[in-house]
Design a protein around this ligand. Sequence first.
Ligand SMILES: Nc1ncnc2c1ncn2[C@@H]1O[C@H](COP(=O)(O)OP(=O)(O)OP(=O)(O)O)[C@@H](O)[C@H]1O
Ligand SMILES: [Mg+2]
Length: 252
Amino acid sequence: MSQTPVLDLRGIDKSFGPVRVLQQVDFTAYAGEVTALVGDNGAGKTTLVKCIGGIHPIDSGEYLFDGRPVRPGTPREAAALGIEVVHQDLALADNLDIVQNMFLGRERRRGLLLDEPAMEELARRTLAELSVRTIGSVRRKVSELSGGQRQTVAIARAVLWDSRVVVLDEPSAALGVAQTQQVLEIVRRLADQGLAVVLISHNMNDVFAVADRIAALYLGRTVAQVRAADVTHAQVVELITAGRSESLGITG
Ligand SMILES: Nc1ncnc2c1ncn2[C@@H]1O[C@H](COP(=O)(O)OP(=O)(O)OP(=O)(O)O)[C@@H](O)[C@H]1O
Ligand SMILES: [Mg+2]
């Protein structure tokens, strides 16, 4: 395919003090596809997505968005490009309701007042577009929601803004089987709607259920970027645990 990737990071380096966490990392993600980002604990996945999302500055390397060089320095700058990161801890405010959470820090106003009807309607419509039926009222407090429902609210918050890229850092880590299934369906649907979706997951079944591409990190380096259809579970596990795969001809 000669399609330009939405995200194209090349030779990214990132250190925290003396610790080199990312070394010469390459990462691409395409519109309409789910790209799984895999790697063992501490491989650098969260650090990479925080660089993508404008939370950590990159030390060096190229960051292209739609083929243009960018350098988002804050989450707001990343959001202006259409990049939204759903963090592992979700960062939802328990004491606020679903609408308030979805518009937190980006409230709609009419004059000096908050435009509650507009926000409520948009929240409801976004959840409906994600085919979320189990939540009930959008005025429920987030503290009353299950883990899967919270995850859904966090994802809905990310797709409210004409997003182009949505990154999900381990969305199913704390979820049961049925809720994981629901979240994976939403992930797939977002890609089918044309977003570039980046999914971090340790679960190979989840990865193979939804991913078009798989990018593997090993000790802060890119070891492979492959199409999911071209690799087996065992090969991906090998890449994650050993940073190489004999059968793929990747010698690390
Ligand atoms: N702010 C920081 N300061 C110093 N070191 C950090 C910081 N953030 C992450 N690291 C280190 O960078 C490395 C990569 O961490 P990161 O959180 O990116 O891994 P990960 O692949 O997301 O792992 P996990 O699967 O456990 O979430 C780890 O060794 C971690 O200790
Ligand atoms: Mg992580």
